[in-house]
Design a protein around this ligand. Structure first.
Ligand code: MG
Length: 253
């Protein structure tokens, strides 16, 4: 009896799905080029920046002059890191992470960073910092030149989640670029994650993360977490190393 019920149900579903499909008009193969060309919506004009500088529609987060867009993460006070004459800033170890005053969702982020010239310490303690998307997902910054560590925590990794596809650092003490495309995770009204966030990273123009689906927060100890959140700041890590940053801009997606 049970089997018969299932059979009837299956037949009904199949017939109804066929009926629905048959209502959709069969599109004919276009025969003229114009049939597959369209002119709306208009594409917004963006003036690109020269030498990795900000394009016309970007929010400049650091142009070498001041910390106007940043605050100290732990207490929202002024940034204590060192502003350098040549238009960069350097982590002042022990003063804590810094983060943007603004909150962001999905973004294209350009940021340049430099490991300390003076080689100190080993593994995770050599030139460690990090770029945290939405304050939760770390793209690792580390001096891995002649310095190995766990590969899911090396430079260009999504910390403890995704091993980079390549090790693309320049010499220690020279400037690196990160170009990051981040799509924020989506949560439903019940607070459950409906869609994973994704990260793509180009390190000095080399693809090191290819649309990686984030598992959640990047934890030092423990599994990734997925607690619902909205827009959030971009954070830079004080990991007790004098890593420098410059030329930081973001385009909201
Ligand atoms: Mg780090």
């Amino acid at each position: 009896m049970k089997n018969l019920t299932f059979t009837i149900l299956f037949v009904l579903l199949t017939v109804s799905s066929f009926a629905q499909k048959s209502e959709i008009p069969i599109q004919q193969e276009p025969t003229k080029p114009e049939q597959t060309e369209f002119y709306e919506p208009k594409v917004p004009r963006v003036i690109p920046g020269a030498n990795n500088s900000a394009p016309s529609d970007a929010i400049v987060l650091f142009d070498g002059k001041n910390f106007n867009e940043w605050i100290s993460s732990k207490d929202s006070t002024a940034v204590k890191w060192t502003l350098n004459k040549e238009g960069s800033f350097t982590v002042l170890p022990g003063t804590g992470d810094i983060q943007t005053k603004r909150n962001f969702g999905s973004v294209q982020l350009h940021i340049e960073w430099k490991s300390p010239e003076k080689i100190e310490h080993e593994g995770q303690h050599r030139g460690n910092s990090g770029v945290f998307l939405q304050n939760r997902h770390e793209v690792q910054v580390l001096d891995n030149n002649n310095n190995s560590t766990y590969v899911n925590g090396q430079v260009g990794s999504i910390y403890k989640q995704s091993v980079p596809l390549a090790f693309a650092s320049v010499e220690t003490g020279k400037w690196n670029t990160y170009d990051i495309i981040f799509h924020a995770p989506v949560f439903n009204a019940a607070g459950q994650r409906e869609k994973a966030g994704t990260v793509t990273v180009l390190h000095n123009g080399v693809l090191v993360q290819d649309h990686f689906e984030l598992l959640g927060t990047t934890e030092y100890i423990g599994w990734p977490k997925n607690i619902a959140h909205g827009k959030a700041p971009i954070k830079l890590q004080d990991h007790n190393a004098t890593v420098s940053y410059r030329n930081i801009w973001v385009r909201e997606l």
